[in-house]
Design a protein around this ligand. Structure first.
Ligand code: URA
Length: 267
């Protein structure tokens, strides 16, 4: 058999791009196959533990990835104990139960003013957010800034976060398990910010936070109640700015939603 010629760098890059790999995670490649032969993590020297402000369950101690149901209950337990936003951020930095953390560059926690009366929640960070560590800083973030600017808001009068705090590799859709693992963190996040108005951006955020299966075409512009457990917050779904970039004709409806938001904040 004639051996295949080695691929050129250009061909290799094209292959990676097609597979969804669009940025480098580290300076040096990691041979994951070699890792299979290495002793299991428990047998290796324990990594130095970072300081933790609250008691951490096993999934926060760098042990092998837990089963999704174990990770979900660990996330619930951990999130419940976070007394402040800073404690919540710290706790999420050390949470090991979500595989997305290991491919993302960093945690994307939030941006804006935690005292704001309005909180926007998107789906998950993309490439630009992963690099900067802040939500909505790429193209759709620029449009979100314009949208909120149109009703007199900006990042010092609004607060912005995502359901998923780590970038899914290649911007793939988060799996239902990943979403369920991250859900207790954003729920506690909303509870701690305690805004007067919650805006869910796009379908995934709306369906996850407002427990509905209806699509964004039906939910947008309709007021829901988001229950924190201690209080009901008025919640309004609207289009995700990335969707508006692809389908600008829906900006007219988004404008109606923004006006409803402005009215709710004024009322
Ligand atoms: N899309 C999102 O849902 N969130 C971001 O932070 C950026 C893009």
């Amino acid at each position: 058999m004639i051996p295949e010629p080695a691929p050129t760098v250009r061909e290799l890059l094209a292959f990676y791009l097609e597979a969804g790999v669009d940025c480098a995670l580290a300076e040096q490649p990691i041979d994951r196959l070699a890792e299979l032969d290495a002793p299991p993590p428990a047998a290796r020297a324990a990594p130095a533990e970072p300081p933790r402000p609250v008691a951490a369950p096993a999934v926060m101690r760098g042990e092998a990835a837990p089963a999704p149901d174990v990770a979900i209950s660990a996330a619930r337990e951990a999130a419940r104990t976070a007394p402040t936003l800073e404690a919540l951020r710290e706790l999420m930095q050390h949470f090991e139960g979500c595989a997305l953390k290991h491919t993302a560059t960093r945690l994307v926690f939030a941006d804006g003013n935690p005292q704001a009366r309005i909180m926007f929640v998107g789906e998950a960070p993309g490439r630009d957010e992963d690099i900067e560590g802040l939500p909505f800083v790429g193209r759709s973030g620029k449009l979100l800034d314009l949208m909120i600017g149109a009703i007199g808001l900006n990042r010092s009068t609004a607060y912005i976060s995502n359901v998923i705090p780590w970038r899914p590799p290649g911007n793939r859709t988060p799996t239902p398990q990943e979403t369920q693992i991250c859900l207790p963190f954003i729920q506690r996040h909303i509870e701690l910010v305690n805004p007067d108005v919650l805006v869910t951006l796009g379908n995934p955020s709306t369906q996850t936070l407002l427990s509905t299966r209806e699509g964004i075409m039906r939910t947008r512009g309709r007021w829901f109640e988001y229950e924190t457990g201690t209080r009901a917050i008025r919640a309004l779904p609207t289009f995700h700015p990335a969707y508006l970039l692809r389908s600008p004709s829906y900006k007219r409806l988004a404008w109606q939603d923004l006006r409803a938001i402005a009215k709710a904040l004024a009322g």
